[in-house]
Design a binder for this molecule. Structure first.
Ligand code: GLA
Length: 397
């Protein structure tokens, strides 16, 4: 069997990359087509892959590079479905990698605050690590004080996903799937989760989530990339101008659990209906800012409940002119201003990530929904398919 056939679709797409580059890739010992020095960064459309080390259990991990028709690359590993790099041009066409992360797998295996990862089964917090569904009480892994955060001790950010590369008319894509056993981290039902990343030829990252279950369960899948539109490691994000299309938010108590109230943003530091610099009110004498140690809040999107993709966010970095819009089918978005970044993470290119060096905008159902019947439901039952789509659209002004 030749090296292309041995990897099925991945091999085929890598072949597309190589043919469109007019160059030959080499095969490593494992039969994987690898990037050669000569075809790196040449902007050929397609997907290439290379070994990215091994997880704690010895399982091999790969790093995929998706290059769109504009020659811009996105890098993703099948460990945690982590987006390790995303190259986006500024107003002069100068490309920078706008997501925080590490150069090697070891960084992600160590103390990574969910950099770039797929988060599941339940993104955000479930109070007391406990919920009741159909009269049954479920105890979950408690990994955040008494709470269950981002799926527990070993969430979807720390598992190896099955990966398959595809070339689509819209751009290169990576299909990821993971089967989570019944009872994993305390959650009921065997859950089959799928995430498709498409890095489109228009510099849009489309993320499509789907999931099915064998027993009634709760699911909340999201993407935990930390962005800095000036480039990862190039200073803090406090000057970014952020607009969130939300009239309300879910206030939190001092352990980050929603009180159940949906409060209007008007007259508060949470009012991003018009663009504001992230740093403008981040030090305000405000109970919610104090409880979140900055911004760490779920916003109730104006379009919650409507069908199709709606615009949730527009964020612009004034110096580079880079702009990111987020469009989603989800009813909420967690805006987290990187408050726990504490200079202990040495990221790509040996750059240190200090407090507020990145922000996350995690499209989602509201935190603690399993214990809050008034919030939109995140219950998934056998026979149903969860579907959720989010797009991160990049441009420059
Ligand atoms: C989230 C939470 C934050 C924090 C980070 C990870 O987005 O809302 O409180 O836990 O993840 O450090």
């Amino acid at each position: 069997m030749n090296c292309w056939a041995s990897r099925g679709v991945v091999g085929f797409v890598s072949l597309v990359l190589v043919l469109s580059a007019g160059l030959l890739a080499s095969c490593d010992k494992g039969g994987l087509p690898t990037e050669t020095a000569s075809n790196k960064g040449i902007g050929a459309t397609g997907v290439s892959s290379r070994p990215f080390g091994a997880a704690a259990d010895g399982k091999k991990v790969e790093l995929f590079t998706l290059t769109n028709a504009r020659g811009h690359a996105m890098r993703v590993t099948n460990y945690g479905g982590i987006i390790t790099g995303l190259d986006v041009p500024d107003r002069d066409g100068k490309v920078a990698d706008v997501v925080l992360g590490f150069d090697t797998l070891d960084g992600y295996l160590g103390k990574s605050p969910y950099f770039g990862a797929i988060v599941g089964r339940y993104g955000n917090r479930i109070a007391g690590g406990k919920f009741t569904l159909d009269g049954n009480v479920y105890m979950l892994a408690q990994n955040n004080g008494p709470n269950c955060l981002h799926g527990g001790l070993k969430g979807f950010d720390k598992v190896i996903w099955q990966a398959e590369a595809r070339q689509t008319p819209q751009g290169p894509a990576l299909h990821l799937s993971y089967v989570s056993a019944d009872g994993e981290e305390g959650f009921p039902g065997e859950l089959t989760a799928r995430v498709v990343y498409t890095w489109t030829n228009r510099d849009e990252l489309r993320v499509e989530y789907s999931a099915t279950t064998t027993k009634p369960t709760v699911v909340n899948l999201t993407q935990h990339s930390y962005f800095n539109l000036a480039g990862a490691g190039n200073g803090d994000i406090l000057g970014h101008k952020l607009q969130i299309f939300a009239d309300g938010f879910t206030p939190i108590d001092p352990v980050f659990i929603p009180t159940g109230e949906i409060r209007g943003v008007a007259g508060t530091p949470m009012d991003f209906r018009r663009p504001h610099a992230i740093g403008e009110r981040i030090g305000a004498a405000d109970e919610q800012i104090r409880n979140g140690l900055g911004y760490d809040h779920n916003f109730v999107l104006r379009t919650a409940g409507s069908a199709g993709l709606s615009r949730a966010v527009r964020v612009a970095e004034p110096k580079s002119g880079r702009v990111m819009e987020i469009w989603t089918t989800e009813p909420g978005i967690q805006f987290y201003s990187g408050n726990f970044l504490d200079s202990t993470n040495v990221g790509k290119g040996h750059k240190v990530y200090h407090k507020n060096y990145g922000f996350c905008l995690e499209t989602q159902h509201y935190p603690d929904s399993p214990n809050r019947p008034a919030f939109p439901s995140c219950v998934l039952r056998p026979g149903q398919t969860l579907r959720s789509v989010t797009e991160f659209r990049f441009s420059a002004e």
